[in-house]
Unconditional design. Structure first.
Length: 520
């Protein structure tokens, strides 16, 4: 027992023609905290799923304490002592701490001898560096206590190698410091080894021993934390502009119609504050404008208020304070206002947020206007023929495959679901388009197509708000970039002159360091 050394040699994984992970070799030394950095889509999740057995790697080898092992399932990973604490809690809130620990064992006896089990759990808890009362209900625990319970579950199961996926995303700064400090101490006591996925540079510098950076499926940097700094990490994460890529981006920008200085304001947000699901402030006094014929990008690490901002603009979440205007008129995101002001959206994970999976492509394409005169017969019945005919036109125009309007949209690939939603949202003239991570997880062909559609909407005079965690996407498409951190706009930059490293520092909450970099 004790900390485990894990090494990958030439790890690779493909999904069809898309290479999600390409020849990645890393070594996580026993008794260390090893940070894994990278933007969304960099390959972190693919690598971790291979290590935990949820999606086996199709290339390379995994070595544990120098011996090669095939990890074909989560059960195989658990048997080898590999565990994972996920970004979102995996606890049963209606049960006690003791019951959650016991439930984590998986295979349970048909009859539980609680007296003996509680005595065993109490003995286990006495050995731990942090403790929770076994009789407490999980529903009454704070977020920090729930994260501690997730760690206790892994220690109870005698995990020797622990993967932490954004472990502080739901914690307050104080809770984050405490939990990560406990994890570091356990590692340095040789009780376990930790691979920590994070976007936050200060967590790397404060708690990690070594750091590896992935970008677009490839390993682009590795160092001991003592030998690196936030500037270097930001450069690795965000990449440097290659000559070919720069020329391509410049050409794309030059092809756009210049924004008129006196262009009308499509979206105006003033002093907006929005609560999170935990009743904390997710969006804190945010103000900005998006003019017609302009793409304004919002950059930020997941969990800094972007989700709540988008949900408020789309009428899915109530605002606490502030005002929203569209085309100069007050806007409360009602269906009638969206139709009148021509507000359309392309949300993240459209199959879950913008579609009804069991309904057909044609039916989903009619969700915006199924009650219009063109889609009805005899004043009240749906005109299926009109819906199918219009769907055929949109399918052809937006290259949705297969070209079957009667097929359930949930059976389409991610890229084709996104094309179908885009066809619905851009079928009519658009005043305001709100897009949130619109190409996340899609292949290169789908990305290129959807980016072209967004730029076309901008060229036709739409105001476009593009929320993305991919700086490459923002720097290629946006005219201006706003950075959100801790629910506030902390930086505004012209996309043509913005520096990736500077944006990365603001995203990670290092505003003072970013300011020094800008002035250097």
């Amino acid at each position: 027992m004790g900390a485990l050394t894990l090494e990958t040699i030439g790890a690779g994984k493909s999904f069809g023609a898309f290479r999600a992970l390409d020849n990645v070799s890393i070594k996580v030394a026993a008794g260390t905290v090893h940070a894994l950095l990278g933007e969304n889509g960099a390959g972190k999740s693919t690598l971790v799923k291979g290590l935990i057995g949820y999606s086996a790697l199709d290339q390379g080898a995994i070595l544990l304490d120098g011996r090669e092992h095939a990890i074909a399932s989560p059960r195989a990973a658990h048997a080898l002592g590999i565990g994972m604490v996920y970004q979102h809690f995996t606890l049963a809130p209606g049960l006690t701490v003791a019951e959650n620990l016991f439930l984590a064992r998986g295979r349970l006896p048909w009859r539980i001898g609680w007296r003996g089990e509680l005595a065993s759990l109490e003995a286990f808890m006495q050995k731990m560096p942090f403790r929770l009362a076994l009789e407490r209900a999980v529903s009454g625990l704070s977020a920090g206590e729930k994260q501690k319970l997730e760690l206790l579950k892994q220690l109870y199961l005698q995990r020797r190698f622990l993967i932490l996926d954004e472990p502080t995303s739901v914690l307050t700064p104080a809770e984050a410091q405490e939990v990560l400090g406990l994890v570091r101490d356990l590692a340095h006591q040789q009780q376990l080894t930790v691979l920590m996925i994070t976007h936050k540079f200060h967590e790397v510098s404060d708690f990690a021993d070594e750091v590896t950076v992935l970008r677009k499926g490839c390993l682009v940097g590795h160092a001991k934390v003592a030998d690196t700094n936030p500037d270097q990490l930001a450069a690795w994460m965000m990449g440097t502009v290659q000559k070919g890529a720069s020329a391509s981006s410049d050409k794309s920008a030059a092809a756009r119609t210049p924004l008129a200085v006196d262009a009308a304001v499509g979206l105006a947000v003033q002093g907006l504050s929005v609560a999170s699901d935990r009743a904390t402030i997710a969006v804190d006094d945010v103000s900005f404008q998006v003019r017609r014929g302009e793409i304004v990008g919002i950059a930020g690490i997941s969990g800094n208020g972007q989700k709540e901002l988008v949900e408020t603009l789309l009428g899915q979440r109530r605002q606490m304070a502030g005002a929203i205007d569209v085309n100069g008129a007050p806007y409360r995101a009602t269906r009638a206002e969206m139709q009148r002001e021509k507000v359309f959206s392309l949300p993240e994970e459209p199959l879950h947020n913008a579609c009804i999976a069991a309904m057909t492509v044609a039916e989903n394409m009619a969700l915006r206007d199924f009650d219009s005169a063109a889609m009805r017969r005899f004043g009240w019945r749906l005109n299926r023929s009109a819906m199918d005919a219009r769907a055929q036109q949109l399918i052809a125009a937006f290259n949705v495959k297969p070209a079957l309007p009667g097929r359930a949209i949930g059976t389409l690939s991610g890229g084709n679901v996104q094309r179908a939603v885009l066809a619905r949202e851009l079928a009519d003239s658009v005043t305001l388009l709100i897009a949130a991570n619109p190409v996340f997880g899609l292949d290169f062909a789908a990305v290129s197509d959807i980016h072209a559609r967004i730029i076309a909407a901008r060229e036709q005079g739409a105001a476009v708000l593009l929320v993305s965690e991919d700086l490459d996407e923002l720097m290629e498409l946006a005219d201006r970039i706003l950075v959100m951190a801790n629910g506030r706009i902390v930086h505004v930059a012209d996309a043509r002159t913005a520096e990736r490293a500077t944006l990365g520092l603001y995203m990670a909450g290092h505003g003072s360091a970013a300011a020094l970099l800008e002035n250097a």
